[in-house]
Design a protein around this ligand. Sequence first.
Ligand code: KG4
Ligand code: ZN
Length: 375
Amino acid sequence: MTTRILGIESSCDETAAAVVADGREILSSVVASQIEVHRKYGGVVPELASREHLRQIVPVVRVALAQAGMKLAEVDAIGVTQGPGLVGALLVGITYGKTLAQALGKPLAPVNHLEGHVHAVFLEAHKAGRKPKLPAVCLIVSGGHTVLYEVKTDDSNAQDSNALLHYRKLGQTRDDAAGEAYDKVAKLLGLGYPGGPILDRLAAVPNGAPAPAKFGPTKMKGNALDFSFSGLKTAVLYHIREHAEYSGEIRTREEALRRGERKFEQLLPLCSPQTLGLVREFQNAVVRDLVERTMTAAEELSAESVLVSGGVAANSRLRATFEERAKSAGFEVFFPSRALSTDNAAMIAAAAYSRLRAGILADLSLNADPSLALA
Ligand code: KG4
Ligand code: ZN
């Protein structure tokens, strides 16, 4: 008997629904992004996010069921993101999840969004016939989070990747998330929102210009596995302010953005070699910090594998650097595909399966928890 779980995700600016069988086979996954709604504000506006979720939730669930070739009544359980996230946004998914569970008489599993990101890695590995060995170190790196966990399972469940996983927090950002730093630096440079994808591509453009500034490793007092990205963002800001030659091209790009010209091919010709060098140096600094701390944690814990998830896990330089470092250090490294890296509901349905099997269910009193901790 397969267990088909409908996952619902609405913690931030993506309304998503998916059906996953036995926690590992994705039967459908639908994501309605709100990027267009929030773009002109340069970030997610909570009230607008809630309103969009309300508009999208019913059609998104309907399409997810249709793509899985299922009727609502055939769903075995519902998994919904309880937190962390924006309270109004979370409430839309939770209320709809509770209503469906009640109307269908099916169990409802509450899911921590961060645990969803961990399961995204297992979903992807499963597609490739691979299985991350535990204990692992998992870096979750997105626009809202930069956090490092140890991921374990009980010894008796060591071979069962659907068993309930146990987490220990090893470090986290003390200020901005890495994705937030990408978004803020892109805004400073007149490169639009979100910043990650465009900076990723600009940083990869072959360009002989030397870096116009040097950003060294960030030293942390106290927990050496903590992260900090606001200093780097400020360093970029000061560098731009101190060098008047950036201002003309920034204005030109902002005008292009206002005309709707936000594609890589449209913005690249508007970037000087100096700007490309700056973007490359910024990205190198972010990637170096993320990789160094994660690899230090993996070595300290003698982890079997390294898992990387969240929107920034889509970054090509981050992926390449992790692959390279992990190979030489003898770890296996696992990433979700780009589609599973960013927020989606397949990862929520997958995480819900292990909770369902462990009997961790919610009733109608389930409430949103904007700062729900994983560990
Ligand atoms: O996981 P996600 O969709 O949403 C949450 O923040 O939870 O992540 C979005 C973040 C944004 O900050 C975006 O700029 C960043 O992920 N991002 C990237 C890339 N693609 C998305 N950052 C760096 N390189 C990328 N290729
Ligand atoms: Zn997320």
